[in-house]
Design a binder for this molecule. Structure first.
Ligand code: URA
Length: 222
């Protein structure tokens, strides 16, 4: 049986798969909703599916995905630990930048994914995700690796893994920033355990029992 969060996330995925709200749907092979557990404490948001992602229906499974997988491994995480998605869920033709109207069309989906999963830490991969999730916060070159706290959530802007494929020096920067991500996650984990101990609830990993995901009919997708 699916948990409340898994069920709610599956509903969002179903909506994404049949979405025709913006012109990107016309040339897609398939939409790419996201992968990973609804209980993930960490989430990564990229830009949009590339050619391999469009073909396979999964985010970050091409060359940039290999970099991401390796970076996660460097801090002891596997892809099963993280929910991965993109700002736009359909491939922009020729891998061009997503347009503002396309990002706007998809924004209800991303908001719903974040609201359902409620991760402790959101990795912002590249400048498009940064502009969407932390508008006006600054540029990626000034913010990368830093912790930006908004409400109950920690955002960590990072250079996009694909950038490291073209500019080798960025790989080192990404590796160093990932070590900081490990620290932020550990601190968030400690805070959650302390809060759960204070309220007497079980310190199980994932969503606490007080936090119910939005019900199906409360999902505000558009
Ligand atoms: N693959 C994705 O899924 N997203 C990106 O931003 C790049 C590659």
């Amino acid at each position: 049986m699916l948990s409340g969060a898994e069920d709610a996330l599956a509903v969002v995925h179903e909506h994404i798969l049949v979405c025709t709200a913006c012109p990107l749907h016309v040339r897609r092979t398939q939409a790419v909703p996201g992968t990973g557990p609804a209980t993930a404490r960490i989430m990564a948001v990229g830009e949009g599916p590339g050619e391999t992602e469009d073909r396979l229906g999964k985010p970050f499974v091409g060359a940039a995905g290999n970099v991401l997988t390796r970076l996660l491994g460097s801090i002891g995480l596997s892809r099963d630990d993280i929910y991965i998605t993109n700002v736009v869920k359909c491939r922009p033709p020729g891998n061009r930048d997503p347009e503002p109207a396309e990002m706007e069309s998809c924004s209800g989906f991303l908001d719903a994914q974040i609201e359902i999963i409620r991760p402790d830490v959101i990795l912002i991969l590249g400048r498009h995700a940064l502009a969407r999730l932390l508008p006006g916060a600054g540029g990626i070159s000034g913010l990368h690796g830093r912790r930006v706290v908004r409400g109950e959530r920690i955002y960590v802007p990072l250079y996009h893994p694909a950038a490291a494929l073209y500019q080798a020096s960025l790989m080192r920067t990404l590796e160093e920033d990932m070590l900081r991500v490990r620290q932020y996650l550990d601190e968030a984990e400690t805070r959650r355990h302390d809060a759960q101990a204070a309220t007497g609830s079980a310190a199980a990993p994932g969503r606490s029992q007080q936090e119910e995901p939005p019900a199906r009919d409360q999902l505000d997708l558009f």
